[in-house]
Design a protein around this ligand. Structure first.
Ligand code: KPL
Length: 317
């Protein structure tokens, strides 16, 4: 299988590092696509560093900047932030041919709502609770182990189903527990509830995930934001398993020392995924005539932080 990972952010680097260590190079091929010439040159010369349980492993994965250099890809795994999807898909157009599997691995649900230029590719979605922190270009810390779910939104022809199964096998061999599911949209929402409850609040309080359980007022805001998201989800026919607030508290405990992806973005003065998370819940609520004041407030507060950046983004991820 020829796999092209798009975007060397935290998740892209994690996948590159773990897959390259277990890849059967006689039959499979892995590369990563980066839009930045400068960073691609750096990654090609110094390779990737994967850090887990206090140990560091070095690995190399070819980094290309021109999709045409990739040759036909069997699977294109889109690891870019939600707001970078349109630009990445434009660049990847020549690769989105019949038989190519295009896997979206973004936080939030904004990429489900917008019509995407996916060409003739078979589109699948994924969500993961693996924790990845980017410490520098190509240097990723595996900050917590989780589960990855992959699936098609609607029933798909056998060939692409098979391709998704093969990709799931490659993920599993790389040590990432991976489940293919027919309920991927419910899974995306299950992860969304967690991001709705954690990401914006950690960005506002500038704190690790675990602190939200004890900071005055934070836990209540988390509960309210998740309850609003649940209301929107139910109206959209999403099946909700268990108690999303309890699940989010559990994630806070398990990832207590983690810096959420949104706070990582803010510390690097980068645009956050607020529009795809609390913003998407608020937007869906407006369309359905449902009020979501807590999500609206979280959206406003994070946008205020973003608009207060006084320097340009750091170029280390
Ligand atoms: O997905 C995450 C993120 O930071 O985006 C959580 C689950 C909140 C872990 O940090």
């Amino acid at each position: 299988m020829h796999i092209l990972l798009v975007g060397p952010g935290a998740l892209g680097c994690l996948l590159a590092a773990v897959i390259s260590r277990t890849l059967d190079r006689t039959s499979d091929h892995l590369a990563i696509l980066d839009h930045s010439l400068e960073r691609a040159a750096l990654l090609n010369s110094q390779g990737f560093v994967y850090e887990a349980d206090g140990q560091q492993h070095r690995t190399s994965v070819p980094v290309i900047t021109d999709p045409a250099a990739s040759g036909a890809a069997d699977a294109l795994v889109l690891c870019v932030k939600s707001h970078d999807i349109a630009r990445s898909l434009r660049a990847c157009q020549p690769l989105l041919t019949e038989g190519t599997l295009l896997l979206f691995l973004q936080n939030g649900i904004a990429h489900l709502e917008d019509e995407q230029a996916t060409g003739r590719a078979a589109v699948a979605y994924g969500t993961t609770t693996e924790g990845a922190t980017l410490l520098g270009p190509g240097h990723v810390r595996h900050a917590g182990h989780g589960v990855t779910h992959l699936g098609f939104r609607a029933p798909n022809p056998d060939a692409s189903l098979n391709r998704l199964g093969l990709l799931a096998d490659i993920f599993r061999r790389a040590g990432l527990p991976t489940i293919t599911t027919e309920r991927i949209i419910d899974r995306l929402w299950a992860k969304l509830f967690i991001n709705v409850g954690i990401n914006a609040l950690t960005a506002i309080h500038d704190c690790p995930n675990g602190d939200l359980l004890t900071l005055p007022g934070a836990r209540e805001r988390m509960r309210t934001a998740i309850a609003e998201a649940e209301m929107v989800a139910r109206m959209q026919g999403i099946r909700i398993d268990g108690d999303p607030f309890a699940a989010t508290e559990e994630v806070c405990r398990k990832t207590a020392g983690n810096i959420s992806s949104m706070l990582q973005d803010i510390r690097r003065r980068r645009r956050t995924e607020i529009d795809a998370i609390n913003g998407a819940v608020a937007k869906a609520g407006r369309v359905l005539g449902l009020e979501t004041p807590e999500n609206e407030r979280l959206l406003r507060q994070v946008r205020e932080i973003e608009s207060g950046y006084t320097t340009t983004p750091l170029l280390d991820c």
